[in-house]
Structure formats: C-alpha cells, structure tokens
Design a protein around this ligand. Structure first.
Ligand code: PRP
Ligand code: URA
Length: 209
C-alpha cells in the first residue's frame, strides 16, 4: 500500500462496513453505521494530532496537561458525505463544518460543482474531507482542489470504501494528502460503481431509491 494511504483493519470498522454492504440493511441502520464508522475512523485519523501543554487546576493541585493544539474543520462532499459529519463531531464538537456540493454526471462520471460554503478561517484549520466512496476519485480530487484554492494546507481525506482506481488517481494528484479508508475493494464496474462496494451511498443514506 502507498505510504500516504491507510486502510483500517480494526475489527469494529470492518464488522460495521460488512453490515453496510448488505443489500438488506435498511436506511436507518445504514445511516447509523456510517456515523459510527466515521467516529471510529476519526479516532485513528487524529492519532498524530498536535497537542500543547497547559496548566489545569484539579481539586488537589496544579497539573501540567495536554490539550489539542489546532482547530478542525470537517468538510463533507454533498450529499453522501453528510452521513459522516456527526461521527466526526461526536469526537470534535468544536469543529466547524464546511460543505462542498459535487455530483457525478452519470454518463461521463465527471464531478459537477453545485455548492461551496466553507468556514471563513478554513485556511487556519486542519481539514477532514469526508465522503463514503472514493470511486474514480474525480469528486475527492475536485474537492481538494477547491480547498487548496482557499489556502488549506493540512487536509486529510476519509472514506468508507475506496476503489484501486480512485486511490491511484487521488494519490497521484495529491501525494501530500493522507487518505484513510475502511476498505479497499476490487474494482470499478463500467458505470463507475465500486465492486463489491455497497451500492449508491447517497441513496442508501437518504432512502432515495
Ligand atoms: C458519490 C459519492 C462520491 C462520488 C464518488 O456521490 O458519494 O461523492 O460519488 O465517485 P467518484 O470518486 O467517481 O467521483 P454522487 O455523485 O453519487 O452524489 P450524491 O452524494 O449526491 O449521491
Ligand atoms: N458512488 C457511490 O455512491 N457508490 C459507488 O460505488 C461509486 C460512487
């Protein structure tokens, strides 16, 4: 595996993703699982998060303690990325949330931008870009381009399932952006869907099909 790509092998993550894959898993449970997996992944994504030392008065004495040293923004790629936001916020309640709206053209598979609203101080924050699926990589690559245009320097990309094609395209475009995924699948089919995958993540989260 490439140096900047982490595929999680934690049993809780793989177990929950396996249930998400099941065609019989209903939307309510699917949504809950997306949020839970996002939370478990966040725990690992921030393993190297910088801390700073502060003095904290306990009931007994002054203690030298460590607290998180940087601010965070979580940025979902709409719409399926919305499903991961609460999972990140459960662990980082002070994170700000930006939104990038991209939708794949079903014929060309090219992403089309339809929305972008980011925190004004996004360039000063660690950005966690989230989307359940990395298929051709087009959407994630465009989203990072939009973030870099706004001077974001510290970006990580977190997804549930990736295809080898998406990993290749993304890491070639942005070798500096670490990718974290819950599973690396076999391939894309001729419609750009990840196989075996879990189907259309947005439709499964929001029950639109
Ligand atoms: C899905 C998914 C990603 C994108 C991945 O979104 O959530 O954003 O496709 O494909 P790519 O790597 O080939 O770009 P979709 O465009 O279906 O929009 P939706 O979230 O609104 O359902
Ligand atoms: N988008 C999805 O939601 N699923 C895929 O398999 C590929 C792109």
């Amino acid at each position: 595996m490439k140096a900047n790509v982490t595929v999680f092998d934690h049993p809780l993550i793989t177990h929950k993703i396996s249930i998400m894959r099941d065609v019989n898993t209903p939307s309510k449970q699917f949504r809950e699982l997306v949020e839970e997996v996002a939370m478990l992944m966040t725990y690992e994504v921030f393993r190297d998060f910088p801390t700073k030392e502060v003095d904290i008065q306990t009931p007994l004495a002054l203690a030298k303690c460590k607290v998180l040293a940087e601010d965070v923004a979580v940025v979902p790629i709409l719409r399926a990325g919305l499903g991961l936001v609460e999972g990140v916020l459960n662990l980082f309640p002070t994170a700000k949330v930006g939104h990038i709206g991209l939708c794949r053209n079903e014929e060309t598979l090219e992403p089309m931008e339809y929305y972008c609203k980011l925190p004004t101080d996004i360039a000063d924050r660690r950005v966690v870009l989230v989307d359940p699926m990395l298929a051709t990589g087009g959407s994630a690559i465009d989203a990072v381009k939009m973030l870099k245009k706004r001077n974001c320097k510290n970006i990580s990309f977190m997804c549930m399932i990736a295809a080898p094609e998406g990993i290749k395209a993304f890491t070639e475009a942005y070798p500096d952006v670490p990718v974290y995924c819950g599973a690396l699948d076999e391939k894309l089919n001729d419609k750009g869907y990840i196989v075996p995958g879990l189907g259309d993540a947005g439709d499964r989260i929001f029950g639109t099909k």
